[in-house]
Design a protein around this ligand. Structure first.
Ligand SMILES: Cc1cc2nc3c(=O)[nH]c(=O)nc-3n(C[C@H](O)[C@H](O)[C@H](O)COP(=O)(O)OP(=O)(O)OC[C@H]3O[C@@H](n4cnc5c(N)ncnc54)[C@H](O)[C@@H]3O)c2cc1C
Length: 491
């Protein structure tokens, strides 16, 4: 049944909306998700879950369940000899997990529902309007629902974005990519097989359950998305690009699609936010779309929670656009660069690409930067002026200690969905007045700087100061700045 009101209405139950719904419901926010489809999707679309997304899921206790559904890929072959080594990522998940998008959605949906989010299928949002106090969301058929905030996670053709009157500027990158999910009698020996020759490219990835995803593209055969697709065409292009079609057979799904690069100019208009494909789309190279959407949701969830619970610092909701828009732009550029480099046709520039790219990726700092960007591990937010160098960075999963410590590492401590003050135990009393928003955790390594970690796993503030009076005052100031006024008197 469609509720008449909620604290937050989420339009669209793709991975972005489901992730956000779980985070809000976990924090006690009344959340309704309105989804046009009336049943679960079994489309594979995305099939790569990057290290940072797995960390974000780990901080919600979901990573082990998801990793059991797929297959790790430890090296990405971008083109010919240009490889990205993921094994050195400073993460529990030094790989790309190959698993179908519907598995990710299943895990996120179960969590959101079990935590109390209301998911309603078969409901199409047609319009919305807002005033200073609330948003009214109109549904096909005439009903409406009121909310304090609305988030459009309704994908590339977002109705929410249209209702806000926002443009979606950008351009087409690649037309007529052919996709199929197939069985194979002679599967590739490497985990991923990819190659481009002359006018075509093909890419094969295993889902780990006997099914494979094939991408094939032929410059000389460009068709609209609606054109019929012949399986034999996919096999022929794969043979031309990879030298074999691996005995592919029994396609369970085939589609043509085109890839655009677009980004909405603002992620927030008043009480309405955009996230995931509704806010940005890019080439599928690098497998970034679903990952970026899930991380948009992780960034927005705790901020909306703070606003609904009434303790959000004034500019907190604006920081969603300030932090996530540049990340979307970076993803647009990096995935666009991969696809353009992959498509180079002439022999000499192509050879130069392979030599320069191959050499560059053997240089430690460049290799780390590329792996960090693709995996999301290297994504950071702008630090406050004069802040500690760790501020804005992703918090590493530091080991924790202490008898009263049920969490063995930081990402387990983050599962409560609140800030974590990583600090020696004697400082726990400082955070006590914020007990509903902050928990204290003792680092096992005494050299770990004292830091305040946001619910989304980024460092809000840190200090290397060990002088007790200065440090204690600085912690109190940081708690007031980032976590709002304390609920209990104790200052
Ligand atoms: C072929 C292909 C391969 C890809 N591979 C990868 C990959 O390997 N890795 C990766 O990270 N990404 C990949 N992507 C991108 C990825 O699939 C998307 O980025 C991801 O699905 C975006 O999630 P989302 O939740 O933002 O939007 P969506 O998944 O599009 O979900 C939007 C939801 O909103 C619903 N909806 C729409 N309009 C309304 C309305 N008016 N009212 C109510 N509900 C509505 C839709 O039914 C849908 O369920 C790939 C995409 C394609 C096409």
């Amino acid at each position: 049944m469609i509720p008449t009101g909620a604290d937050v209405v989420i339009v669209g139950a793709g991975p972005t909306g489901l992730m956000l719904a779980g985070d809000l419901a976990a924090a006690g926010v009344r959340t309704a998700v309105l989804e046009r489809r009336s049943r679960e999707s079994n489309l594979t679309r995305a099939f790569g879950v990057h290290a940072r997304t797995l960390e974000v899921l780990d901080a919600r206790g979901l990573a082990d369940e998801l990793t059991a559904t797929g297959e790790p890929v430890r090296e990405l072959r971008l083109f010919d000899r240009v490889h990205v080594d993921l094994t050195r990522l400073p993460s529990r998940f030094p790989y790309l997990l190959i698993t179908p998008q519907y598995q990710v959605e299943r895990v996120l949906r179960r969590r959101a529902e079990s935590l109390g989010a209301t998911l309603v299928g078969g409901v199409q949002v047609v319009d919305l309007r807002q005033d200073a106090g609330e948003v009214r969301v109109d549904i096909a058929g005439g009903q409406s629902i009121r909310a304090s905030y609305v988030v459009g996670t309704d994908g590339v053709h977002s109705r929410v974005r249209q209702a806000l009157g926002l443009p979606f500027p950008g351009r087409a990158v690649l037309q007529s990519i052919m996709l199929a999910d197939v069985r194979m009698t002679a599967a590739p020996t490497g985990v991923l097989a990819v190659n481009a020759v002359g006018d075509c490219f093909a890419f094969v990835a295993p889902f780990g359950d006997g099914w494979f995803r094939v991408f094939a593209w032929d410059r000389l055969d460009q068709q609209p998305d609606s054109a019929p697709l012949d399986f034999e065409e996919i096999r022929a292009v794969t043979r031309r690009a990879l030298g074999t079609d691996f005995g592919m057979h029994d396609p369970r799904w085939m589609a043509r699609f085109h890839s655009d690069e677009r980004q909405v100019p603002t992620y927030r208009v008043g009480r309405v936010f955009l996230a995931g494909d509704a806010a940005h789309i890019h080439s599928p190279a690098g497998g970034q779309g679903m990952n970026t959407g899930i991380q948009d949701a992780a960034n927005l969830g705790w901020k909306l929670t703070a606003a609904v619970h009434g303790w959000a610092p004034e500019d907190l909701l604006d920081s969603y656009h300030a932090e996530r828009h540049p990340v979307g732009r970076l993803v647009l550029r990096s995935s666009g660069a991969i696809i353009r480099l992959a498509m180079i046709q002439s022999q000499i520039p192509r050879a130069a690409r392979n030599v320069i790219g191959g050499t560059a990726l053997r240089i430690g700092p460049i290799a780390r930067k590329v792996a960090g960007t693709i995996s999301g591990i290297g994504i950071a937010y702008a630090p406050p002026r004069g802040g500690h160098p760790l501020a804005g960075q992703r918090a590493a999963d530091v080991p924790l200690t202490g008898d009263a410590q049920p969490a063995a590492r930081l990402y387990e401590a983050l599962r409560d969905g609140v800030f974590v003050l990583v600090a020696p135990p004697e400082l726990a009393t400082i955070a006590a007045p914020w007990a509903d928003r902050v928990r204290q955790a003792t680092p096992a390594d005494t050299h770990t700087p004292t830091m305040l970690v946001r619910p989304d796993g980024y460092v809000a503030w840190a200090t290397g100061d060990t002088l007790p009076e200065r440090r204690d005052t600085a912690i109190r100031d940081a708690l007031s700045t980032f976590c709002g006024s304390p609920t209990k008197l104790g200052r």
